[in-house]
Write a protein that binds this ligand. Structure first.
Ligand SMILES: Cc1cc2nc3c(=O)[nH]c(=O)nc-3n(C[C@H](O)[C@H](O)[C@H](O)COP(=O)(O)OP(=O)(O)OC[C@H]3O[C@@H](n4cnc5c(N)ncnc54)[C@H](O)[C@@H]3O)c2cc1C
Length: 387
């Protein structure tokens, strides 16, 4: 039986229409200005139900599967990687809550997440702890009715506009406990153009791409978080809770890569039919045909790995290995395909007049965030060696 059904394809057609009408016309212009995604677009995505695709209907979600979620990510990212990425944080928070939240926490956050009213940001990485998340140091100290957070976070994407930060913090001060001393907190805050919080300071980090969202360095200074905002109500389980939810985030990230790669492929394919050199369209030169063929193979292989990992998850199994493979494969493919697309456009590929240079800059980040490719290879190797 094919993994992707007619219902999935119907959903895809709707997201594709949305992308073509709402995102494609503005993406390159906003990217060039390094401007964030307009809040009206995020509102329209919410109206389409994109934020609630995966969440249970009893909490206001659409209750659909991971393949649908991957298709949404893929189609939105085809328009602009940043737009396909707005939902990632909500997916992380929602899957954490569904798996570990208390009933009060589920009721407080899930319905808002499902309709895009609660837009979170993930504050996991620290200036000195990236891949090695067990070494994180931001401290959560018990105080009356809650905790005080003190320390630094890095690369918190969407921190300004988010109205809730998912913070991984050390509740056991003994750093040698590593992953056994971490907890997850939900820090409610106001959404805004800048970070405007009396106990959280933040500055955006300039980047080469992914301009629709800003990533922040954050400093927490006695930031109060009530005890009911500690995920599952129990300390020191945060690392394990997070690892289990990463597989879905990685799947979604791999699907985003497929979307960017597809956009680059489509653009360069069309260009190769129209651009003539030596008296014929360049797609009739063998070197270009070879490129198009290799790009098509890499693209389809990545996409099918994403759907395969998603179907594993949908069947109720863990999919760390498959999601890791999908992310590694898609990260490599998007770099290759955007590079080749640029090559097919020649000088025009390097110019800002066409979107291919944006796909190339945006695609580059996939192998860095949501777990680097080196870390994915470690996970894959560990898994195959332990079998
Ligand atoms: C645009 C962007 C947005 C981001 N958004 C967020 C966000 O919203 N929230 C958040 O928390 N983080 C975010 N990140 C951070 C991202 O998750 C980290 O950059 C990533 O986890 C890598 O951590 P690091 O940058 O500290 O690199 P390091 O961990 O210092 O790694 C440096 C290099 O060493 C390699 N390496 C490290 N350990 C090993 C090992 N054991 N074996 C082999 N190689 C290894 C890495 O693969 C990498 O190549 C974002 C990053 C970017 C670039």
């Amino acid at each position: 039986m094919p993994l992707v059904t007619e219902e999935h394809e119907e959903f895809r057609r709707a997201v594709r229409r949305f992308t073509e009408e709402e995102i494609v016309p503005i993406a390159s212009e906003l990217d060039a200005k390094q401007a964030e995604i307009p809040m009206e677009i995020i509102q329209k995505m919410a109206e389409q139900g994109y934020f609630g695709v995966l969440f249970q209907e009893e909490y206001g979600g659409l209750g659909l599967d991971n393949i649908t979620m991957a298709i949404v990510a893929e189609e939105l990212s085809k328009g602009w990687l940043s737009v396909g990425s707005v939902m990632t944080r909500g997916i992380i928070m929602g899957t954490l809550l569904e798996a570990h939240g208390t009933e009060e926490q589920k009721k407080k956050y899930l319905p808002g997440l499902a309709i895009g009213q609660i837009l979170p940001a993930a504050a996991f990485t620290e200036p000195d702890s990236g891949s090695d998340s067990a070494s994180m140091r931001l401290k959560a100290t018990k105080t009356d009715g809650g905790y005080l957070l003190n320390g630094a976070k890095a690369w918190c994407t969407f921190a300004n506009r988010a109205n809730c930060l998912i913070v991984l913090a050390r509740t056991d001060p003994d750093a040698s406990k590593r992953h056994k001393g971490l907890s997850i907190f939900f820090v409610d805050k106001e959404s805004g153009e800048k970070i405007d919080h009396p106990n959280i300071k933040g500055e955006p980090i300039p980047t080469v791409g992914y301009h629709g969202m800003k990533s922040y360095n954050l400093a927490f200074e006695d930031t109060f978080v009530p005890e009911e905002n500690l995920l599952s109500g129990a300390e020191n389980k945060g690392f394990y809770q997070l690892m289990a939810s990463y597989e879905v985030a990685r799947l979604q990230t791999a699907a985003r890569a497929v979307g960017v790669a597809q956009a680059a492929f489509d653009f360069s394919l069309q260009y190769s039919k129209e651009r003539e050199q030596f008296g014929k369209p360049i797609c009739e030169h063998q070197a270009i045909r070879m490129k198009l063929s290799e790009m098509a193979v890499e693209l389809e292989a990545s996409r099918q790995l994403v759907y395969y990992a998603a179907s594993m998850k949908d069947s109720g199994k863990r999919c760390d290995l498959e999601a890791g493979m999908a992310k590694v494969k898609a990260a490599k493919a998007v770099e290759f395909i955007t590079r080749e697309a640029m090559q097919i456009l020649g000088g025009y590929g390097y110019s800002k007049e066409f979107p291919v240079e944006r796909y190339w800059r945006d695609g580059r980040v996939i192998s860095i965030f949501e777990g680097t490719s080196e870390i994915q290879h470690e996970i894959i190797a560990k898994s195959i060696l332990n079998k």
